[in-house]
Ligand binder design. Structure first.
Ligand SMILES: [Zn+2]
Length: 187
């Protein structure tokens, strides 16, 4: 009888542990406070600063709505080679594909081309004694970073983007295709 009890307890722990593992794999960002967030809706999102403050984390709010800049080298996305899409962390608008990402060495995630022309809005930025071009999200007008003319071909552009205002989603299909290529050992 005691043995049976032990088997049940062991089984319980195995099931509990495997459930725990599953929840770890699903890394959905909590956007319950941000109902305008969507990866497919292209309609503009226009809200007051007060409304944004309620919906965004203080860190995202500071960069996206107050044109802040994250510390150089602080983004987990800077050196990431994962295959997928980078979305606006404020509204979910698709901004950059991972195959346009490159190592610029500037301290921020860098891309040479946005997903589409309408993904990004450009505006002159003459602050801090520099003449730069600011890039903003085409859907919600959030500040993302700047674009420079020293990028690689084919565009020659370097979109220098704050990782805090990016949401990354891994492309499951792309990953599968890559693993099925001859010469890629998945065992
Ligand atoms: Zn946006």
């Amino acid at each position: 009888m005691k043995r049976l009890k032990l088997v049940f307890i062991t089984l319980f722990y195995i099931i509990a542990l495997s459930c725990n593992d599953n929840s770890k794999n699903i890394q959905m960002k909590d956007n319950s406070k941000n109902p305008g967030y969507s990866h497919t809706d292209t309609g503009k999102v226009v809200l007051s600063n007060e409304e944004w403050k309620e919906r965004l984390s203080p860190e995202v709010y500071r960069i996206a709505r107050e044109k802040g800049t994250e510390r150089a080298g602080s983004s987990e996305y800077e050196h990431s080679k994962e295959i997928g899409t980078y979305y606006c962390a404020v509204c979910g608008n698709p901004l950059f594909e991972s195959d346009t990402k490159f190592e610029s060495g500037c301290g921020w995630p860098s891309f040479y081309k946005p997903v589409s022309k309408s993904s990004i809005i450009y505006t002159p930025d003459n602050s801090h004694g520099m003449q730069r071009t600011e890039v903003m999200c085409g859907r919600c007008n959030s500040h993302l970073g700047h674009v420079f003319n020293d990028g690689p071909p084919p565009t020659g552009l370097r979109y220098c983007i704050n990782g805090v205002v990016l949401d990354f989603s891994k492309a499951k299909e792309a990953e599968k295709k890559y693993n099925q290529q001859p010469g890629v050992d998945t065992k």
